[in-house]
Design a protein around this ligand. Sequence first.
Ligand SMILES: [Zn+2]
Length: 498
Amino acid sequence: MASVLMFPTPFPDETITSLVTRYHQMSGGVGLRRTLVELFGAVTKSYASELPCYLTHLEAVSGYTGLVDNHTLLPYFEPFLSAEKAKRARELMQSRHPLGLKLELGITAAGFEKYRCRRYCPRCMAVDFAVCGVSYWHVCHQAAGVHVCPKHHCYLHRVLAEPNTGDFNQLFLPSDIIGCEAGNAIRSRSEVHFSRLAELADIIDWGRCNRQSIARLLKDDYLHFVINRAGLISKGRVCASRLEEHFIKSSSDYPSEYEFKKLFELHHGRVVWPLDLLRRRKSSHHPILFYTFLNCLDIDLKCLIEDCSDSVKYNSSTKPPTLIEPMEASGIERNARRKSFRIAYADVPAKDTGDYTWLYRHDRYWLQSYISGHRKEAVVRDLVDWTERDCELAESVCSAVAEISAMPGPPVQISLATICRVLSVPPDTFRHQHKLPQSMKAIKANLENRHDFQIRKLAWAASALNIENISRTKSNLLRKSNIRVSYLTEEEISRFMS
Ligand SMILES: [Zn+2]
C-alpha cells in the first residue's frame, strides 16, 4: 500500500472528516472519488461519520496511528458499551466492512441520530486560524448533547446534514461555510438553558477524555449513589414517582429541541427512561442518557471530578438498593403464615391461598422453596362434558334434518351450514370432531350430495306439477325443480315423468 504524499498532520481533537477535507484541498481538490480511494481504498461515505471505518487503510497510507482513540467519537460511546461490543466496534472501524456499525452498537435504535448535525465553535475557529493557519472540525463538538463549546462556553454553530440522505457528503471546513450555516447558532437565548447546556457539555467532554473513570463510575453504580444523595431513595427503595416528577420538572431547564425533544417527550404523561436507566445500568445504552441524568441531578464538572476522585464513598460493599426491598417481618407472624399457607396449599393453587402475597413480600425464599418441593400434579380440567354434549348435539342434528326435510316449498339442501343455521349454533360447533363421534355419525348419515338433493327436488317438482295439472315432461320437471346442471341419469329423470 503506497503512502500518500502531503497527508496533513492531524491537529488535536480533529475529526477524520476534517483530515480528509484538508488532504483533499491540499491535493488540488480534484475528484472526490480519487481522494477516497487513495485514503480509504474504496469509495465510501465513511469519511463523513464520527465513527468512520476503513481506518487500517487510512493509517497505513497516512502514517498516523491511533486514529480511533484521538480522532473519532468512539471514546464518547465506549464506556457505555459492553466489552464485547466495544471490541467489535474497534474491529469494524478498522475493517473494510463497515455496514451496520451504528446498528450493532444500538446507536441507531437509541433514536438520537436524527438530530445529528455538524457543529463548530466560532471562537475555536478563530483560535485555530491564528495558531494552525486553518479552521478544522473538532471531535468534542460533535458528540450528542454538546451544544456549547466546553472550552469557550459559547453556543456552537450548527450545519445541518443533507436533508435527503442525512449525510454530509461535501468536503468543507468550518471557514468554508461561514454565513451559509443552515442552523447557525442554537436559537435558545434562555439563560437557564445555556447554563444547563454548558454544564452538560463540560461533563460530556470530560467523560470522553476520561473514559476509564466513567467506566468505573458505571461499574460502581454511581447513579444510585447520586439519587441517594439527592434524597430519592427511601428505606432502601428508589422513590420512582418522585424521580419521574423530578425529571419532568427538570425538562423546562432544557431547550425543547434537538436531543432534548426526544429525551423529555412525555409518553402518557410520563418520562420513563431515567428509571429504565437505573434498572438496566449494566447494559449498553446511549451516553446522552447517563450524562443528562447526572445533569438533571445537578452534577456539574467539579462535582463529577470530586466524586470520581473519592470513589470510596459510593463504592460501598453494601448491596445496591433494589426497587422492591423485602420488609422485616416478625418471626411469630411468619410462622403462623407459613402454617396456614401449608394447609391451604394442599387444596388450592398457591396464588389462591390467603397468605401468598404476604409470604411473597416477606418470606419469598421459603415460599419458593416450599412450592418447588411440593409440586402438584397439573390437573387438566376440561370445562366441557363432551359425552353429554355429543349426545345432545346428535339428537339436535337429527331433529334439524327432519325439520329441513319437512320445510314447505322447494327443498333445501341438507348441509352442515343449513343444520347449524336451523339449530342457531355457530358454524364451528362441530370443530372438535373427535370429541363428538355420535354427532358426526348423524351428520355424515344425513348430508346430501348434489345428486341426492336433485332427486329430492325432482320428486317435489313432480308432485307440484301434478297438483297444478301440468304434464310432467323432462323440461317441465327440470324447470320446476330449478335444476340447471343435471347430476341425474336419463333413467332417474324418466321415473318422475308422466
Ligand atoms: Zn470553542
